[in-house]
Design a protein around this ligand. Structure first.
Ligand code: PAF
Length: 276
C-alpha cells in the first residue's frame, strides 16, 4: 500500500484530548507530509502505560472535539481503535523493554510506563507504516526512548521532534492541565518558572542551573517536586558539557506535570570565567 501513496505517510500518535500542543504536532505532520503525502493521527488511550493508581479511568476523552481539530489541521485519516482491537488477548505477553534509560526519572515514578509507551508505539508504527512519526518535545524522555527503540530495533521510520507549546502564563500545554483548579494552576506555574531560572543560569554551569531552579521551587512549597535534574538529551544519563536538558516533574494538587527546557552547559572552568 505504501508504494501506491503519492507522498510520505506521517503518523502523529496521540491519546486524544487534543490541545494547542497537538495542533502544532499535527501542523508539523502536515508540513512533513506535504500536499501529496498523508497525515494519520492515532487517538488511543493506551491502558498499558497507566499504573494501577493512575488516571486511566478519568483520563479526558473528547473525541468529537479531537476529530474537529484533526480536520482543521488537515489530517487525512484518524485511527481511533478500541482497546480490544489493539490488545485482543488482553495485555501482550511479548513487549518492548525500554532498557536502563526507561528506569530513570519518569520510569522511576511511573513503573512500567515506558514499556507500555514503546510497546504501543511499535504496534502503531506497524499498523500504519509511516515514513515519519512526530513526537512532542514536552515528553522529552519518551522522545529519547522512541529514538533509541528505532535505532536499537532498526525500525524503518524517521522520528521528528516538535517543540513544546506554552499557554500565555508559561505552562506547557498538556491534556492533564484541564484537571487543574485555578489555585492548582497558580502553584503549577512554579515549574516553568524554575526551568526558566535554571536556563538563565546556564553560563554558571550545572550547579548554578540546579541551584537557581531549586530556589524557585522552594519558594512554592505547595508544589510537590518529584525530581529536577540536568540530563544528556540523547541518553537521559547525567549531563556533560554542551547540550543538556533541564527536566522536572511535580504535582499540583492531584495533577502530575512534567516539563523541560534545553540549555547549553559551558566547558569545565568556563562557568567560573563567566563570573570574572
Ligand atoms: O505521548 C503520548 O500521547 C503517548 O505516550 C503516545 C506516544 C501516544 C503513546 O500512547
Amino acid at each position: 500500500a505504501r508504494a501506491l501513496m503519492p507522498g510520505p505517510v506521517v503518523l502523529a500518535p496521540t491519546m486524544g484530548a487534543l490541545h494547542d500542543g497537538h495542533a502544532r504536532l499535527l501542523g508539523a505532520a502536515r508540513t512533513l507530509a506535504g500536499p501529496r503525502g498523508s497525515v494519520i493521527v492515532s487517538i488511543f488511550v493506551n491502558p498499558l502505560q497507566f499504573g494501577p493508581n493512575e488516571d486511566l479511568d478519568r483520563y479526558p476523552r473528547t473525541l468529537d472535539a479531537d476529530l474537529a481539530m484533526c480536520a482543521r489541521e488537515g489530517a487525512d485519516l484518524v485511527f481511533a481503535p478500541a482497546a480490544a482491537e489493539i490488545y485482543p488477548g488482553g495485555p501482550p505477553e511479548v513487549s518492548v523493554d525500554p532498557g536502563p534509560a526507561g528506569q530513570r526519572f519518569e520510569g522511576e515514578f511511573r513503573p512500567g510506563f515506558f514499556g507500555g509507551v514503546l510497546t504501543v508505539v511499535l504496534k502503531l508504527l506497524h499498523l500504519t507504516r509511516p515514513a515519519v512519526a512526530v513526537f512532542g518535545q514536552k515528553d522529552a524522555q519518551q522522545l529519547t526512548l522512541v529514538r533509541r527503540m528505532v535505532t536499537d530495533l532498526n525500525l524503518d521510520v524517521v522520528i521528528e521532534p516538535v517543540p513544546t507549546v506554552r499557554d500565555a502564563d508559561g505552562l506547557a500545554t498538556s491534556s492533564r492541565n484541564r484537571y487543574l483548579s485555578a489555585a492548582d494552576r497558580a502553584v503549577a506555574l512554579a515549574l516553568p518558572r524554575a526551568l526558566l531560572a535554571g536556563q538563565a543560569a546556564a553560563d554558571g554551569g550545572a550547579d548554578a542551573v540546579l541551584a537557581a531552579a531549586r530556589a524557585v521551587l522552594r519558594a512554592q512549597p505547595a508544589l510537590a517536586v518529584d525530581y529536577v535534574a540536568l540530563v544528556d538529551p540523547g541518553t537521559f544519563g547525567p549531563a556533560g558539557t554542551g547540550s543538556a536538558l533541564l527536566v522536572a516533574a511535580a504535582r499540583a494538587g492531584t495533577t502530575r506535570l512534567i516539563d523541560n527546557l534545553a540549555l547549553v552547559l559551558p566547558a569545565e572552568g568556563a562557568g567560573d570565567a563567566a563570573h570574572h
